[in-house]
Ligand binder design. Sequence first.
Ligand SMILES: [Zn+2]
Length: 140
Amino acid sequence: MSERMTDNFPPQPSPSLDSLPFWESLKKGVLAIQRCTACKQWSFPMMERCRHCAGELTMEALSGDGTIYTYIVEHQKVAPGFDDLRPYPIALVTPKEAPHVRLPARIIGDKSIIKIGAAVRAEIADLPAGDFKVACFRLV
Ligand SMILES: [Zn+2]
């Protein structure tokens, strides 16, 4: 059995046509999600039309500031590239501008201060096995 060199790196995303603009934005270092041009509601995950009014969606940058809606602490081996970080928190983050949106992300920083409602700020991290980047949120 051969072991590829990339087996210990975090997996690369496999974007769909709908999610590709989100991942391409992260490659440029920008955390952006969709926003409706008609009703101005933010939207995530990526969709073809606005879930509120069926209006047209465009990409718009978020400030990166948010709060932890809920979280877990991962103790198990669930994804290659993260074993050395265990235990590590994974949260649903509510962006400041989009109170009904939940962004799933790994939480970094001082884990002793993590709690529901804690303030976080987005950081864009490299994924070493490829060109994609991922958003993490640092406790602030
Ligand atoms: Zn809308």
